[in-house]
Design a protein around this ligand. Structure first.
Ligand SMILES: *Cc1c(COP(=O)(O)O)cnc(C)c1O
Length: 436
């Protein structure tokens, strides 16, 4: 399958090129040239299938022309070797817990999948043996998932850029303590600055002549597309429980809109989801777009759901492309919301008190959107994107109870932080990369 650029001014490329390049030459984002659909029989039987089996069918439908069947199967089974449980929280509302992967972040799946694909393509190219350099900007969870997903993958070097002092201690520990092929760069600026540095690096011809560069943000097709597996599995779990499958509403805590875009493409492939809610914190760029029809990026503001502090969501270009730029088509299928830190905290406190369920600040945004907007005949699935322990002090002060740090997370805190400090200046960043 070929991939085109959302900006439409470069020729289509192969899947391999889309993965290795990350961003199209005209700065657009790659999209699959057609969206294949899954047969009805697949959905009739899905309740009896495992996460790995479902994901392989979906992956094979999308990537089957580009990667040999047995390689793809190994890749998918290896990536999804943990469960993604659907838990009943209250009434007609379920939590899809995406945080049971190695770094307890939902981005583990996309990061692991992409790392393996890139490793596969790199070993196949068998050229000069040069390294591929992955640049990733993070507001917290991307860095840890990508760093851990790529750790030790031969032929690949990873640079994680993060805003100094703006990620939680546990998140920081997860990508600054690994060593090996992972380098953490502490940028004196915001997440948007980090993202801008990465984007500029991809566009710099001198730098690209000097080294092979690619992204592991949800800009990359191999990072964002595998996230659709979750939604098929959520549907399967509802089917297994004998739930009404005709009125499913999915609420996705959104930052760069990679996760929700994967879900929207899943729907195009035939997944019967009625409608979506893009749940946001005070960074309400998408809600403003829905309300006005005009997209106006803004500088991000800091919130307690910091992985969603994004002022110019990179995948918005894909949403527009998917709906042929029709504001009406987008508004018909996706609604939005925006909550303040106080509202997020209130939702976490009340939900814990009434149901015993511990929401993390990101999941809480999505849960509240269901509480406010779900109709009685609908079944709501909200996405829990992070383990509450990742935001330990915030969560504890809100619910008034201590929560345990899983061993997997605690281990990171015992290692030494190693970073390179840089100002938010492209010249300095470029100088650093050119010196390698
Ligand atoms: C990355 C992240 C999000 C936002 O996901 P997008 O795909 O960028 O919209 C939400 N919650 C958490 C915990 C995250 O790490």
């Amino acid at each position: 399958m070929q991939y085109y650029s959302t900006n439409g001014s470069t020729p289509k490329v192969s899947f391999q090129t889309a993965v290795v390049k990350g961003l199209a030459a005209d700065r657009g984002l790659f999209m699959p040239e057609r969206i294949p659909t899954l047969p009805k029989a697949f959905f009739n039987n899905i309740g009896n299938m495992s996460l790995q089996d479902i994901s392989f069918v979906v992956a094979n439908t999308l990537f089957g022309d580009d990667i040999e069947n047995s390689t793809l199967k190994d890749l998918v089974y290896d990536t999804l070797n943990f469960d993604i449980p659907l838990r009943h929280v209250a009434d007609n509302k379920y939590s899809l817990e995406l945080f049971h992967g190695p770094t307890l972040a939902f981005k583990d799946v996309g990061a692991r999948f992409m790392a393996r694909i890139l490793g596969h393509f790199n070993s196949q190219e068998n050229n000069d043996g040069s390294l591929v350099n992955v640049l990733v900007a993070t507001s917290g969870d991307t860095g840890s998932a990508v760093a851990n997903g790529f750790l030790g993958v031969p032929g690949v070097r990873v640079f994680v850029l993060y805003p100094k002092g703006k990620v939680s201690r546990i998140q920081e520990a997860q990508f600054t303590t690994l060593g090996q092929n992972i380098t953490a760069i502490e940028v004196d600026g915001t997440f948007d600055d980090c993202q801008a540095l990465v984007k500029s690096a991809f566009m710099d011809s001198e730098l690209n002549a000097h080294m092979k560069l690619t992204s592991a943000n949800s800009i990359n097709v191999a990072r964002f597309l595998p996230q659709m597996f979750y939604y098929f599995y959520a549907y399967a779990q509802l089917a297994k429980r004998g739930q009404d499958l005709s009125n499913i509403v999915v609420a996705v805590p959104s930052g760069n809109f990679g996760n929700i875009t994967a879900a929207l493409i899943g729907k195009r492939m035939g997944l019967p989801i009625k409608r979506f809610i893009a749940a946001n914190n005070r960074n309400d760029i998408f809600l403003n777009y829905l309300n006005t029809g005009v997209y106006t990026p803004k500088p991000s503001v800091a919130t307690i759901a910091n992985a969603m502090d994004v002022g110019d969501p990179s995948n918005f270009a894909r949403v527009l492309d998917l709906y042929k730029h029709s504001h009406k088509a987008i508004s018909d299928e996706i609604s939005g919301c925006s909550y303040t830190d106080e509202q997020i905290a209130e939702t976490m406190a009340i939900t814990y008190k009434e149901t015993g369920y511990i929401l993390d600040p990101h999941g809480a945004v999505a849960y509240r959107s269901l509480e406010e907007g779900l109709k009685p005949e609908e079944t709501g699935v909200f996405i829990e994107t992070a383990h509450p322990a990742k935001f330990k002090s915030t969560v504890e002060s809100i619910i008034g109870e201590e929560i345990d740090i899983p061993d997997r997370l605690a281990a990171f805190l015992n290692s030494d932080k190693q970073t390179i400090e840089l100002p938010a200046s492209f010249d300095k960043f470029k100088q650093f990369l050119m010196s390698l």
